[in-house]
Design a protein around this ligand. Structure first.
Ligand code: G6P
Length: 585
């Protein structure tokens, strides 16, 4: 949610900022802007829409900042695009986050005579810095950060400072370390083609990167210097390119031929240890948002069926309401591809305040979630760039299965089943299969509604299927528990309304009855599963994998969503109104 980049070095900043910002576009894409520093003057260019070259090349200087926006406060207008400046243009700032006390601060600043150019909350940061500029820009940034409520990441250039000053109170910021040059960004892919050496900024910290000097990290409150280590990231730059594919989404769907196997590459002792913690805990919660939330809901079924263990899923934004049930004996498993989703981090914070042990399942080493957790399972899926999550979903599921099988003292059996499933997915994802799904997408792409039903393990996947179709094709899609259909939603079924039915190939009688109910009302029934039941008008075959059916059933739906999106001319990797990493509450 909003992408930030900064550069301090010996090369022209603008082209570097431009290329880096394009790599962050999945974090927000309604407008963008750059500011550079040259001969003690700040140069700015901004624009509405997706990043294009308009004017950026005219920016001189070897120090600069850039921003791609996902609007929160203020419309999508050029004036609301970042960077923002203060009245006298001492500084230019880019910001990711939400300033919760911005109304009070803005009122106060206006009273002091500051003139605002935008409707954003972010602009107040520039004016707050201006208020204290007499104390020096570093101190002025520090003082500004001390009064900001909410979660923020801020990067500042100033005409009075030969470098960049950045600060973090919630939203992510990472320093990339090059050869006598430094980057600062909200996510590693921004600079991964230039360096894989990073230094993490933790909450409540700031960094001062002066040209030709090593960065200095400080605690915002105490102003004490903090020592940092340089960490090497094992992602390589190629992994974040589309390669032979037209979109990241299809590349990432296809990568599921290998990613499930990679997810299984876990330390068995850690799996057993965490399974033991789950066993001992008094109250186990799973939490996540969006797709990761649906993975967590599947986790309830996985632990119940495989390990006879009751775990509760609570969507992260609602988790704080459960704080009265948390004790030192509670265990929280937080699932997040990015490890930066604000609602997840807030849930973890609430849990930690109650002494709860936190286990995380994430794709990003060094992410805030990873650093807040007592133990992290990395899903090893490689960077996921398309906004719609695909390969991370199945990898997260694989880890939950491993934990449940370990809890059931059957980890080797579980691993074998997962490996067999991975090899069946490899066979399934062939061009003929995609072609078949494409034909179904062609038939469905003008429909105004699509319903998806499932039972048991496949109920959460029905919900996830709806998310995929909504995100990528903008068709109204809704998932239901098969049994719930008759309690209301069936009123929406008309002649030829498509209803996708997720099945397992065994114990399917109840879901098939629900499919019959749809068919009896004229609905078009599209079956997904290993068996072709008579009620299906159309059928997408998936391998027979028993309790692992969520992993194989969601993949054809990902493909269907992709092709629906293509037929409808949608922006596949960067759907409207969405962002990959939602760092605001
Ligand atoms: C956003 C994305 C979703 C994603 C969710 C959780 O809403 O658009 O695709 O599932 O965030 O992201 P996380 O990184 O926590 O898994």
């Amino acid at each position: 949610m909003c992408g930030i980049i900064g550069y301090v070095g010996h090369r022209e900043a603008a082209p570097i900022l431009f290329a880096s910002l394009q790599k962050l576009e999945y974090r927000g894409y309604d407008s963008y802007g750059f500011a550079t520093l040259h001969q003690r003057k700040i140069w700015i260019r901004k624009n509405k829409g997706k990043i294009s070259e308009a004017g950026f090349e005219k920016l001189p200087g070897t120090i600069g900042i850039g921003h791609t926006r996902w609007a929160t406060h203020g419309n999508v207008e050029k004036t609301n695009a970042h960077p923002h400046v203060d009245c006298e243009k001492h500084v230019a700032i880019v910001h990711n986050g939400i300033i919760e006390n911005f109304e009070i601060l803005k009122k106060r600043l206006k009273k002091d005579g500051h003139k605002f150019r935008s409707q954003t909350d972010s602009e107040i940061i520039a004016h707050l810095i201006e208020n204290n500029i007499g104390a020096g820009v570093e101190e002025a940034v520090r003082r500004a950060m001390l009064v900001l409520g909410g979660r923020s990441a801020v990067v500042v250039i100033s005409r009075d400072f030969d470098g960049i000053i950045a600060a973090r109170t919630g939203s992510p910021l990472i320093v990339g370390v090059g050869e006598n040059e430094y980057y600062i960004a909200s996510d590693i892919p921004a600079f991964l083609n230039r360096t894989n050496k990073v230094m993490y900024l933790d909450d409540g910290q700031m960094v001062i990167i002066e040209k030709n000097k090593a960065p200095v990290f400080k605690d915002i409150k105490s102003n004490d210097i903090i020592k940092k280590r340089i960490i090497t990231i094992d992602w390589d730059a190629e992994q974040i390119e589309k390669g032979k594919y037209k979109h990241y989404m299809i590349k990432e769907i296809m990568e599921q031929k290998e990613t499930i196997i990679r997810a299984l590459n876990q330390d068995s002792r850690a799996i057993k240890k965490v399974a033991n913690e789950i066993d001992k805990a008094f109250g186990v919660f799973l939490t996540g948002c969006g797709t990761a939330g649906k993975v967590c809901l599947t986790g309830e079924y996985i632990f119940s069926n495989i390990a006879n263990k009751h775990v509760n899923y609570v969507t992260s934004s609602e988790f704080p309401n459960y704080k009265n049930f948390l004790t030192k004996k509670t265990l929280l498993i937080a699932v997040s591809q990015s490890g930066e989703t604000a609602d997840v981090l807030e849930a973890v914070k609430v849990a930690k305040e109650k002494g709860v042990k936190v286990i995380s399942i994430t794709n990003v080493k060094g992410s805030t979630l990873d650093r807040m957790s007592d133990y992290t399972f990395l899903i090893n899926a490689g960077p996921e760039k398309a906004v719609a999550s695909t390969k991370a979903t199945t990898a997260q599921l694989a880890i939950l299965y491993l934990l449940a099988y370990s809890l059931a003292k059957n980890i080797d059996h579980g691993k074998r089943l997962l490996l067999e499933t991975a090899s069946k997915i490899n066979d399934m994802l062939n061009p003929r299969y995609e072609e078949h799904i494409k034909k179904i997408a062609k038939r469905l792409h003008r429909k105004k509604d699509i319903f998806i039903i499932g039972r048991g393990f496949n109920y959460p996947m029905a919900l996830e299927s709806a998310i995929k179709i909504q995100e990528v094709s903008y068709i109204h899609a809704q998932g239901f528990a098969g049994g719930e259909l008759k309690h209301g939603p069936i009123a929406l079924i008309e002649k030829n309304t498509p209803c996708i039915v997720l099945t397992k190939g065994e114990d399917d009688h109840d879901i098939i009855s629900n499919a019959m109910e749809v068919k009896a009302r004229g609905g078009l029934v599209i079956g997904v599963g290993p068996k072709r039941y008579g009620v299906f008008d159309l059928w997408i075959k998936t391998p027979s994998v028993g309790v692992l059916s969520p992993i194989v059933n969601i993949i054809p739906i990902q493909l269907l969503a992709y092709h629906l999106g293509l037929f409808r001319g949608c922006e596949i990797d960067t759907p409207r109104n969405l962002a990959k990493s939602v760092t605001v509450k």
